[in-house]
Design a protein around this ligand. Structure first.
Ligand code: 5AD
Length: 450
């Protein structure tokens, strides 16, 4: 049977989609290739959020095509996911050797299309149509039979986004918000837990809008909080996380859920984007600086140890030095555990691309650099404060960078490296933090167990 290699760019949702496509292909008899150079099929699961991500995937595809041609190898190659969705047939016009372009609502048809291409029945396939109920098709996992047994799994709960932030391409690549039902999601989580999973991360482009249109409030609780409660009931599940939320979804019901549901891990990734009210408005974010600060305050009241991370864009059109300083000052005030900083990248067909006062590239670079320094300095201080403390970690497996070390995560989502072995995998264990690296803690289980 043919072998397939899938390379993933972008967010955790893309990772999850790739996993589901891989599981689907394995179920149809495909094998997973060790590397792209020995695969019969290579799929690039793409990201469109910034231009750089698109360029990376396009260059990769050019390389693949060039290498296969040089070695006179037959290889089926395809783009899947977000860039496939937003660019469609244009990708084949530009790179005529590409065989398949598969959009974000069509992952479940990958096997059928690859069969057609491999048998020569069809020469090229482009499918980026919308498909009703496609949100419910991403449910296969590679749990059993895969080399590494996962302790942590991602579960897709909804697709799409209706927020239409003016900088963001996601509503155009992922479509309108569509949510799976609570019983469907819970059934998938139960299966995962039965297979040994201890931590589940609920995924969606805007998870706090989960079920908004289909599931009414219950005792003042949003559909998303109702879902958290239902997943929380699963015996054997130890930790629940979710990403990405929108700040406006942090109503009192969600803050209260943090206080009430012990399995809900004390970490939150809450995208800020800017600390300036003027920019937040231009970005169409739907909250103010004050509201954002209020959420952080309430969350820390509910869970003093909560780890809070964020996303920030620098150089959005019209961003002045004053606006940027508002972002800097907010970061100093909140003291995020980490912040992912993005230089604004103009995306076609988004309103911000047409806005006046686009910020020169050098200024985007300079602000990126300044903000990074502030964020890193705060992060280092916060990480160093862990030295000497005992933390509970869930051990995920050998570290990717150094196989002699094992890696786990604290409840507040910090990575901990320690000298471990296979018997630790999947275990919840206590370690004492001995030193820190860049956004990493080093722990010693022996000290705790003495
Ligand atoms: N330019 C730069 N960063 C962007 N993001 C989304 N769109 C853009 C863009 N056009 C960032 C946001 C978002 C993260 C996933 O990517 O910060 O939260």
């Amino acid at each position: 049977m043919p072998s397939v290699f899938i390379k993933t760019y972008g967010c955790q949702m893309n990772e999850r989609d790739s996993e589901a496509v891989a599981a689907q292909l394995v179920a149809k008899g495909y094998s997973l290739a060790r590397s792209e150079s020995v695969a019969d099929v290579v799929l690039l699961n793409t990201c469109s959020v910034r231009d750089l991500a698109e360029q990376k995937a396009i260059n990769k595809m050019k390389n693949l095509i060039g290498t296969a041609r040089g070695e006179k190898r037959e290889q089926i190659v395809g783009f899947i996911g977000c860039m496939a969705q937003s660019r469609g047939k244009e990708l084949i016009d530009r790179l005529p050797d590409v065989d398949l372009v598969l959009g974000t609502q069509k992952f479940h048809r990958a096997a059928e299309y690859l069969d057609d291409l491999l048998s020569g029945r069809t020469k090229k396939i482009v499918d980026v149509e919308a498909e009703a109920k496609s949100e419910s098709t991403i449910r296969e996992h590679l749990l059993n039979g895969s080399a590494k047994k996962s302790v942590s799994a991602f579960v897709s709960i909804m697709q799409g986004c209706n927020q239409y932030c003016t900088f963001c391409i996601v509503p155009y690549t992922r479509g309108e918000e569509r949510s799976r039902t609570i019983p469907d999601i819970v059934a998938e989580c139960r299966e995962l837990v039965a297979g040994g999973v201890k931590e589940i991360t609920l995924l969606g482009q805007i998870v706090t809008s989960y079920g908004k249109r289909d599931i009414p409030l219950l005792d003042g609780k949003s559909a998303f909080v109702q879902l958290l409660e239902a997943v929380h009931e699963i015996d054997g599940l130890e930790r629940i996380r979710f990403t990405s939320p929108h700040p406006k979804g942090y109503g009192d019901d969600l803050v209260e859920a943090y206080a009430r549901l012990p399995k809900l891990a004390e970490s939150a990734h809450i995208p800020l984007q800017s600390g300036s009210d003027r920019l937040l408005k231009l970005m169409h974010r739907g909250y103010t600086r004050e509201r954002f600060l209020g959420i952080i305050h309430k969350l820390r009241e509910a869970r003093p140890d909560i780890g809070i991370t964020t996303d920030i864009i620098v150089g959005f059109p019209g961003e002045t030095e004053e606006d940027f300083e508002q972002t800097l000052s907010l970061c100093r005030e909140v003291e995020f555990d980490n912040a992912f900083i993005f230089k604004y990248s103009s995306r076609r067909d988004t309103p911000a691309a047409e806005m006046p006062d686009q910020v020169p590239q050098e200024i985007r670079e300079e602000r990126n650099h300044r903000l990074l320094e502030t964020v890193n300095e705060i992060g280092k201080r916060k990480y160093d404060a862990f030295i000497g403390r005992q933390v509970q970690i869930l051990v995920e497996g050998p570290s990717k960078k150094n196989a002699a070390r094992y890696t786990g995560r604290t409840r507040c989502n910090r990575i901990v490296l320690f000298d471990g072995s296979a018997r630790h995998q999947g275990q919840l264990m206590d370690v004492k933090v001995t030193r820190t690296g860049s956004f990493t803690l080093y722990g010693d289980p022996a000290i705790v167990n003495l």
